[in-house]
Write a protein that binds this ligand. Structure first.
Ligand SMILES: [Zn+2]
Length: 826
């Protein structure tokens, strides 16, 4: 039987996160946002981005939370390193000083990521030690020991836990040793790094360079616990890639594409391949690549006035001028004259004929008496507006600043106003019966590679449909929805104006941050705007500060771009897979992706069957990425995003998985690449040179390798849709008579969740679920001391139930599994 979509009850927990003051945003004053007079305006409109990207190092998650809450733009490219978190910050010089004051280490623009804790662990030359018999001690467990190679270099990645890991005084140390292949002895003890997140001990972990593949590792704790484990291969089990077919066509995308190009090509594909493609239009238009025309007049002190047009800039706001006029006569009242689009504020004078209007008075007069041209006027930032306003040298032109093109912007004008986002739907049978896969790219505007990666995948589907059997199988058996850019307004702003734009262009800011000097910091982080594990419910990693890089919006689903995603998955309920494609970081994520910081309470962990299915899918997807040029997404960057990176409140994946039962992946394409010439991992960037070094940092190479991964995700979905095979499971060792207590555990033939009872009752979907010993570990071990009967069944990721058992009906067949462990009385 098939499962029905999961509906996990989700309890919204009370807000625990302290509110963040809106007025303390770190965005620096932008001189182009202050007053300019007509004539000099156009000449001054050569904005250079005042920000730069620097590498930063933070001591841990607590510091990260503080820095993000203060409004810093730190998302993506973040990486756990043994001594903390490293990442990139988009900052001004002023902000660098603020970061340093908060304890953040700013490493500069040029220093790349480097694992500082590498060790050369070849066995050669080592003093051989007598191999010790493997012993199991409950105080130490190995969660992972993965071996991989990239560009001729081997690596060993280990995660191990001690049950004493939370202990602070003294901190328990863990030592790792490895052999150098079957039958060799352990050697090269190295101290492992303790990973603590939000005050909770997670595990110890390290990535080590090694020249020979070990067969086993041994981990010893400073309190005497010791265990050994076998080394597994990471990404070494790839099925043949689609590109193995010599007639397979790829490499269609020839450069970065702005949203107009992406959407235009999507529509063209639908016209060219009407039998397998169509366009679905999303119902909520974006808020638009558009802004109100503004000026900050009179400097930035108590006499400064910030004015904003009622009309959008391109709809007349840009034609407005505002002039503050002084007059020689004494004791005149404040008045406003309007002639066409010219607004003249005749400043009040005192008894001596000197100007006497304060900034607040001028702002109020403009709002009340500009005949509707100005609907927002206020003092600058947090000023009270008590200063006396000075006359301007002439009329000041208001501008939306959108005709200021950044260096390197594409040719042409950007269409202004709201945008309808087209979804490119590809599939032979688009009748809702095939598993749907949603590929959603570029929630974050500056992430250009996700859009080209998604477009390349769409091109491969349609161009290879008639000539490649594997591609035909995908198109015949899936229903794919491509959103090539889910943030077209922000993406245009990134292409044409401000390359580092992350959010959309909606300005929700109050007066204190609404002046045009803040315009590059406005917008909502679309991947913090969803309903599950939301910042509005107290989860960490979304900001209430409207100029923060992770601003979550005034409420859940406040933005049309996020409303559209919910509309799409509700309308097309066959969507069972989703990939939210981001850059750059070299990570593949699923749930849990958010937690409440106090106590580190994550969203619910997926059942073991889903967790195993995610891992299996990840391995397939990432093996295909590796097949292109040996780029390895390392295992420490794969898993629940809040476990391996940080909490991101209100992300889309949590909503789609917990509300709709969709397998929802998050992807950071374009991460670190191992550079054999330097022996270091070289970090990626948001907009790597398209035709850069094909072995290192190149937008083209990233597009091609990650498109391989998206194609494999389609194959995962197609296989899932055709999966009619029931899982099987075993209790190991099985039922029978034992002379004393015995340890038992379940094994399954494929990723599957087991529901079991030990009280004699029949197992149902409400029965206990077989769980992991701890997250990122295999299933738990039951220590059975008395005669016990286990009754159970397993359910695979496609909803097939072992032996066709129906847990919802108490029928006479009751063909669940059963085993009795009989413990002899002594
Ligand atoms: Zn992103």
């Amino acid at each position: 039987m098939r499962r029905t979509p999961r509906r996990i009850a989700f309890v919204a927990l009370p807000a625990l996160m302290a509110g963040v003051l809106v007025s303390t945003g770190p965005a620096g004053a932008d001189p182009t946002g202050t007053s300019t007079t007509v004539g000099s305006v156009r000449a001054e409109l050569e904005t250079r981005d005042q920000v730069r990207r620097v590498h930063v190092k933070l001591a841990g998650a607590d510091m990260l939370d503080r820095v993000v809450a203060a409004g810093f733009d730190l998302d993506h490219g973040l990486k756990r390193v043994p001594t903390g978190i490293e990442g990139e910050a988009v900052v001004t010089a002023e902000q660098i000083a603020e970061l340093t004051a908060m304890g953040v280490e700013v490493l500069g623009d040029d220093e790349g990521f480097a694992w500082s804790d590498e060790a050369d662990g070849g066995i050669q030359g080592a003093a051989a030690r007598a191999a010790q018999p493997a012993s199991h001690d409950a105080t130490v467990r190995i969660a992972r020991a993965d071996w991989f190679t990239t560009k001729g270099q081997g690596f060993l990645y280990v995660e191990a836990r001690t049950t004493e890991g939370q202990q602070e005084e003294p901190v328990v140390e863990m030592q790792l040793e490895n052999d150098s292949g079957r039958g060799t002895s352990f050697g090269f003890p190295r101290t492992m790094s303790r990973f603590v997140d939000s005050g909770q001990y997670m595990f110890h972990r390290n990535l080590f360079k090694l020249d020979a593949r070990p067969n086993q590792i041994r981990v010893t704790s400073s309190t005497g616990g010791v265990t050994t484990g076998k080394v597994s291969d990471w990404l070494e089990d790839a099925p043949p890639p689609l590109t193995a077919n010599p007639s397979y066509k790829s490499d269609f995308v020839d450069g970065y594409k702005h949203p107009q190009q992406l959407y235009s090509r999507a529509k063209e594909i639908a016209r060219q391949y009407p039998d397998i493609a169509e366009i679905v239009y999303l119902p909520n238009q974006t808020n638009g690549y558009q802004r109100k025309a503004q000026a900050t007049i009179g400097g930035t002190d108590q006499s400064a006035v910030v004015v904003s047009s009622a009309a959008w800039g391109h709809e007349g706001g840009n034609d407005i001028t505002v002039e503050f006029v002084g007059r020689p006569e004494a004791d005149l009242p404040l008045t406003v004259e309007v002639a066409g689009k010219a607004v003249r504020v005749l400043l009040a004078t005192d008894a001596s004929g000197a100007p006497a209007s304060t900034a607040t008075q001028v702002a109020d007069a403009l709002k009340a008496r500009s005949q509707g041209l100005i609907d927002r006027a206020h003092p600058y930032r947090t000023n009270a507006g008590t200063g006396i306003v000075a006359p301007t040298a002439g009329p000041v032109a208001l501008t939306d600043f959108l005709d200021q093109k950044r260096v390197g912007a594409p040719e042409g004008e950007v269409p202004r106003g709201p945008v309808t986002i087209p979804v490119l739907r590809i599939g032979k049978h688009r009748d809702g019966k095939k598993p749907g896969v949603l590929i959603q790219a570029q929630d974050h505007a500056r992430e250009w590679v996700p859009a080209t990666t998604s477009l390349e995948s769409a091109e491969r589907l349609v161009h290879n449909y008639r000539s490649d059997r594997e591609t035909k199988k995908i198109v015949d058996n899936t229903d794919v929805f491509f959103i090539l850019s889910n943030n077209p307004d922000g993406a245009n702003y990134s292409f044409y104006n401000f390359a580092s734009q992350r959010k959309n262009m909606t300005n929700h800011c109050p007066d204190a941050t609404a002046d045009p000097g803040q315009r590059n910091s406005w917008g909502v982080d679309l991947n913090r705007n969803y309903r599950v594990g939301s910042g509005h419910d107290g989860y960490a990693g979304g900001s209430t500060n409207c100029v923060s890089g992770t601003y979550q919006g005034p409420e859940e689903l406040s933005e049309p771009e996020s409303k559209n995603i919910i509309w799409l998955v509700e309308k097309y309920s066959n969507i069972k897979f989703m990939m939210s494609v981001h850059s750059n970081g070299g990570q593949l994520f699923w749930q849990p992706g958010a937690y409440i910081a106090d106590g580190r309470i994550t969203t619910p962990r997926p059942p073991l069957g889903d967790e195993a299915f995610y891992w299996q899918s990840a391995s397939r997807i990432l093996s295909q990425v590796k097949a292109h040029r040996e780029t390895v997404v390392t295992p420490e960057n794969v898993g629940g995003s809040s476990d391996v990176l940080y909490s991101s409140a209100g992300n889309v994946r949590e909503d789609l998985y917990y509300t709709y039962g969709i397998y929802a992946f998050g992807w950071e394409v374009g991460g670190s690449v191992y550079n054999p010439a330097t022996g270091d991992w070289q970090g990626g960037s948001f907009q790597p040179e398209w035709a850069g070094n094909p072995e290192l940092v190149s937008g083209h190479a990233e597009t091609m390798e990650y498109a391989n991964g998206i194609m494999e995700m389609f194959r995962v979905a197609a296989d899932w849709g055709r999966d009619r095979k029931d899982p099987t499971s075993e209790l190991v060792p099985g039922g029978g008579k034992y002379r004393g207590p015995v340890d038992v555990r379940f094994e399954t033939s494929e990723p599957a969740t087991i529901y079991y009872t030990t009280d004699g009752s029949r197992p149902t979907l409400q029965s206990p679920r077989y769980a992991a010993t701890e997250f990122r570990e295999p299933g738990q071990v039951f220590h059975v001391t008395e005669t016990t009967t286990f009754k159970w069944f397993s359910v695979d990721s496609a909803g097939n139930i072992e032996k066709n058992y129906d847990p919802t009906k108490n029928d006479r067949r009751n063909n669940y599994r059963t085993a009795t462990i009989t413990i002899a009385r002594r």
